[in-house]
Design a protein. Structure first.
Length: 165
């Protein structure tokens, strides 16, 4: 690994950690020449399916495009980078595990919405409003009511489990 500061080839790994739900290894390195420290990430190379857009066009799966969409929805929200990386890793594994050579963009959008719902409900609504093409406030209201009902069902299920213990 070349040092990004002095371009020396002799660097030492100081610390390694598994991140992004096990799909990446984060390594802290130290240059033996200049003493500077830097971080590298090792990522699996995945064979991801082509994405079939709603208009029938096909395009290569773009991890960058997926990340940009999620980051846009999560803008100014209290969600850690690690949580975003974990959600991204989960979506990428789902795409790869599908075994399909082509994946409808609708399925990908569904996975993103589920990930955002688990990360931050405001980000979920931001993404859903664009992805589902909300036309008016009534559609927002319906979506919020559905979320509230779902959260209430989950809370009731948790209380029910506690009552049985």
């Amino acid at each position: 690994m070349h040092c990004p500061f002095c371009n020396a080839t002799d660097t030492k790994v100081v610390d390694s950690r598994v991140v992004a739900e096990g799909s990446q290894i984060r390594r802290r390195r130290c240059c033996e020449q200049c003493g500077q420290r830097f971080t590298t990430l090792e990522t699996q190379q995945l064979r991801l399916p082509m994405v079939i857009k709603s208009d029938g066009k096909r395009e290569a799966f773009s991890e960058d495009k997926l990340r940009r969409g999620m980051l846009h929805a999560l803008s100014n929200r209290p969600v850690s980078t690690e949580a975003i990386d974990d959600a991204m890793a989960h979506i990428l594994r789902a795409a790869q595990a599908s075994g399909a050579s082509e994946l409808p963009s609708r399925q990908l959008g569904h996975w993103v919405m589920e990930a955002l719902k688990n990360l931050d409900l405001v980000a979920y609504l931001r993404f859903a409003s664009v992805y589902l093409r909300f036309d008016d406030l009534e559609e927002f209201r319906r979506q919020i009511e559905q979320l509230e009902e779902e959260m209430q069902r989950q809370a009731n299920a948790q209380l029910s489990l506690l009552d049985h213990d």
